[in-house]
Design a protein around this ligand. Sequence first.
Ligand SMILES: [Zn+2]
Length: 272
Amino acid sequence: MQEFDRTYHHWSVAPGITAIETPGKSFGPGQVPGTGHVMAYLVEGNEKAVLWDSGYGNGNIKAFVESLTDLPVMALNSHNHLDHNGCNALFDEVWIGEHEDGLDQPVFPISERIPGGVDEAVAAGGDYAWKLLKDGDVIDLGGRYLTIIEVPGHTRGCLTALDSETKLLLSGDAVLKRVLVSIPLKEFRKSLERLDTYDFCGILPGHYDRIMDRGQVRRLIALIDRFDLRKCEAAEWHGAAKMMIFRSGNSFNDPEFAAIGFFDRNIDVITG
Ligand SMILES: [Zn+2]
């Protein structure tokens, strides 16, 4: 059997921002990927850097990031899901949105759920402390600022961050080509309308390997406005859970493609 490839691929996506494709890309059926590319980002100021998300925990992202920068690195999770928090045990503290679930204790990856299994260094890592961020907080990296904007939708407390230097928005899973929504769509719509009042020129998403245009926010709003349960399609999602999607466009790589996904069991929550 071929050994799992734990290589981190990276490229400069904008001045001072490195895109890091972490191991564990997966694709769903048809035109709609599963988690797709799992992206983390390193944002460097003059005095410190932020690592935006830590991947699945199937590699050592801390060692990788230390090979890219000499600056002290602040680890931050856009939200508390296993493809974004997996390497947290390599850090002493990790920053996350105050409204995320499951922050009563540190979270560690479970090998059976992780593509390729948990990396040795991660498995040997110790407890870490959660540190809480709230909407409007500004992280000073030295000559560069990240403004935290909470965008409930994918999760209750998921975060995005606006970079002062490039006017790019780090979106985590809050804005994607296809957003998996866990709260009522009308609340997600409110989040998107509010996000759309901010001044940003493009989006660095958690699951796509290129910059999305900011029009994706309005595309998602338009999709919510014409949401029709009868036109949702079933899509497989990692075995047991049944996912429904509502989309506009056929090909994921179509710039106009937008989709909302939700779990079958959540229909009442989404439409509530
Ligand atoms: Zn994700």
